[in-house]
Design a protein around this ligand. Sequence first.
Ligand code: ZN
Length: 203
Amino acid sequence: MNSDFLPAAEPVLRLIEQLHKLPGIGPKSAQRLTYYLVRMPSEEVRALAEAMLAVKERITFCSRCQNVTERDPCSLCTDPRRDATAICVVEEPLDVLAIERTHSYRGLYHVLHGVLSPMNNVGPQDLRIAQLLERLKGSQVAEVILATNPGLEGEATAMYLHRLIGGLTPRVTRLARGLPAGGDLEYADDVTLTHALQGRQPF
Ligand SMILES: [Zn+2]
């Protein structure tokens, strides 16, 4: 970004630069957000800054499902009402929220934190795949649901995982079609997602 030519004070330029690093925030949005923050009441800006720091200081990853949590293991993994024989593998923590919203799944989760993407230099070692294999070894898990997104990278990741875990678990399934092709789970409506879960197919 060419912020050198903006006639702005140093703290303003610094914030624009920091916001610009966030996903989906282009130079224009970074500038708009920065000037919005300049006009916001101090206490609101402070609350925002504190909330951002709190996610870094208080949030960690669950050693079992790899989801973000304040407590390790997380409340889902330690809930005795959950069905520990099923693991639903998703790309992001937001996907867990999307599936939980449907109230149609009672098993556990595993969050990969991304998908395989050769174009973006994301390989198996960058995802929480080793932790998934570790979880499955000698476990009572009877079904692994591969719930990566239906796009190219999500499909490739599901295929890769299927090859790896095929021998470790009796049943590997994939969410049914009906999810918008190329769409993300987190944006699917509850009904579509519920149907996709109920109609899951052996992989
Ligand atoms: Zn967990």
